[in-house]
Design a protein around this ligand. Structure first.
Ligand SMILES: [Zn+2]
Length: 251
């Protein structure tokens, strides 16, 4: 009798655990982890670190023409980067998004329609974020926590909504200006770009920028000559996390 009671208890525990696990896995968190307070709103331009590493970030993909050569180029250099994709492009080219994910690059949310969020109603801003999170999760099986507003257009209201969805706003501190419509006067030289780079810099590029594929090898090699390693956002955040904070003494 005693043995039967132990078996029953074990079975009940196993059932309870599988129910809890089932609940946890059956409901992916499309809105990202919840922040405790709205005071957690933080926009990241650069991730200060003592390590000489930078994050290359590519917006607007996955573009059908440029994505594969870009991924091949990054593979050639053994570089892992971060792609801020739109829901619209991801839905249209799921195989490309899957390849980005399978190649171990970080994926961030760049809204569904690539509109100026400051001109949208709050509910529409939220929909743009959540819908894109859902598409990325459906295609890659991985949740995303990074968000970059189109054109980096943001205000206090939009910032608050982004934070409420649990996403981390990532902007940039170095702009390569590789997008369509840039005239020669606004395009910085390689030396000008390299002079702006600091440890933990977030470099803005585009998946589909007119000059991206041509100039990327020069940028990567220029960074490498200065001793910089190109990594994913999550890599810099992990290094940063390991370093003792200025405000806390290590135990
Ligand atoms: Zn964009």
């Amino acid at each position: 009798m005693m043995q039967q009671s132990v078996i029953q208890k074990t079975l009940f525990s196993a059932l309870l655990i599988s129910l809890i696990l089932g609940m946890a896995t059956a409901s992916p968190v499309f809105a990202g982890p919840k922040k405790k307070k709205s005071s957690a709103i933080k926009t990241v331009w650069r991730i200060p670190t003592s390590q000489r590493c930078v994050a290359l970030t590519f917006d607007d993909g996955p573009k059908p023409e440029e994505c594969t050569p870009l991924l091949n180029l990054l593979d050639t250099y053994g570089i892992r980067a971060t792609f801020f994709v739109t829901g619209r492009e991801s839905e249209a080219y799921p195989d490309l998004l899957r390849r980005i994910s399978d190649s171990d690059h970080d994926i961030g949310n760049h809204t569904f329609n690539h509109l100026n969020l400051t001109k949208l109603k709050s509910e529409a801003v939220k929909d743009e974020i959540i819908k894109t999170n859902e598409i990325i999760y459906k295609i890659t099986g991985k949740p995303t926590h990074y968000f970059r507003p189109p054109g980096c257009q943001i205000n206090g209201r939009v910032s608050k909504i982004i934070s409420q969805t649990g996403m981390q706003t990532i902007l940039y501190d170095v702009n390569v200006v590789d997008y369509t419509g840039s005239d020669e006067k606004t395009i910085p030289t390689l030396d000008q770009i390299l002079s702006q780079v600091r440890p933990g810099s977030i470099i803005l590029l585009h998946n589909g920028g007119t000059q991206t594929l041509t100039n990327l090898p020069l940028l990567i090699e220029g960074l490498q000559k200065l001793g910089y390693q190109c990594v994913r956002l999550s890599d810099i955040l992990a290094i940063n996390h390991e370093q003792p904070s200025r405000h806390h003494r290590p135990l």
